[in-house]
Each structure stands twice: as structure tokens, then as C-alpha cells.
Design a protein around this ligand. Sequence first.
Ligand SMILES: [Zn+2]
Length: 263
Amino acid sequence: MRNFVRPLLLIALLSILSFPAFAITWLPEDFNCPLDGQKNTFLVVGSYGSYIYSYPSKYQWLFFPRTDSPTYYTCKKCYLTTYMWDFDKLPKDKFDEIRRALNGVSVSKNFKEYTELPVTERLEIMEKVYSVLGKDDDWWETFYRTKGYHYGKEGKPTAAAEARKRSLQMIEAELERKHSDSPRKLSLYISASMKHFLGRDNDAIADLETALKTPYSEKGATEEDIKNAEAGLNERITDYIERIRSKDQKPRLFDASGTRGDH
Ligand SMILES: [Zn+2]
């Protein structure tokens, strides 16, 4: 599950190795809501393959399952909404605060399956829930980038841009920090991606060119891991620069086309 939460080095490694391809499948599973005991049937990941790392969502450094609707669980009774990996792991001592955060939350329609609710509607509830869980800037940066992705996919460019600006602010603050655990080369890729999706192509290319010249580093990684990550990321960066410079392959042109990117 770690690679779902923080796909850094592993992704870059996977991009240049070949793995057997399994289709993305989801299986129903029952969950009791931690706040009110309501039984909900949610979907859990049955299988997926490494091809998810080459889907166009890579141009926002986002990957399955964050890109997929079933990942966002919503209780049908109290509307508690979390990432699927957090739903039954919320800290008990935060339940009261979460209940208060959910006060007044409503949903746009009566739903039988939670996936009937737009992902962005679920993300807006999630934002309230996680605001009391003490998440760090790195967590929120990914959250806003994810929000931008889903608003983009739903064809809502204004809300998408708003979320992406917040992500960019946070990644820029991260890049200004002298001491950081995040690989700088990857942070530059992410800041470039947000700039590109915000229409700032020259700034995006400048970041990507800096990224190309920035050696990959990650705490605790072996020399070989670093070599592979370096090569994997350089390949992605070079491709990104070419696409931004192209007329009709700019990644943001396909904002609303979803993760499969049949373009
Ligand atoms: Zn509930």
C-alpha cells in the first residue's frame, strides 16, 4: 500500500522495468462506518498493472488509485469521506472533531452506490475531514493536486485552477526549504506540471530544464535505486518538455479526457 500513498522512487523504477499486466479490477467489500456503525459496501482494489504509471495522469504526477472514483469512500449515513486506505484507520481520539467537521455537510443526491457522487463532491467533504487530522504540507500538496486533477476531469477549469494554484504554492514553498526529505528533482517536475496546467508554459519548461540538471537524491535509497530513478525521471522530463513544445500534444489539452488518455 505504501506506493499508493507516496509513489516516489518506486514509480521511477517501475517505468523502466517490465511487469506482467493485470487489468484494473475492483471488488465489493463491506465496511462499518467508524463514526456511526453504518454498514457500507465500498470497492477495494482487486488488481492493477504497472501500465498505470504511463497513463497521462503522470503529467500531473498522479497515479491510480488516486485518479479513480472508487478510491473515495463516503458513508451513506454521516457522509464521512476519506481515502479508501484511511476509512477504518481514523484515530479514535479525533472522532468528536471529525463529527463537528461534518456538521451541516450534505450531498447533492440520494445515492445507492457512493460512486454516484462526483469525485470532487467527495473531495470537498474530505477536505473538511482531514483538516482536523493534522496532515503535513506534503500531504496537502498532493491533495490539492488531486483535487485539481478531478475538477479538470469533470470539465470545471476554474475550480481546477484554484486547486492547482494551492498545490503550486505549497510545492514552491517546499523548493525554497534548505533541508527537505523530498527529492528536489521530483518537486521540480511537480511544480512544472502545475505551471503547465495553469498555462505558464515558459515557467514550466524552465523548471523541467532545472530538473534535468538536478541529480536525483532520496534518503535511504541505494546507489542502484538512485541510478534507476535518475534515468526514469529524466526520460519523463524530456518527454514532458517535448509535449509542452508541441502544438497538439500538450498534456493540459487533455485535461477533461480522463486517466486512460485515448488520444
Ligand atoms: Zn457514517
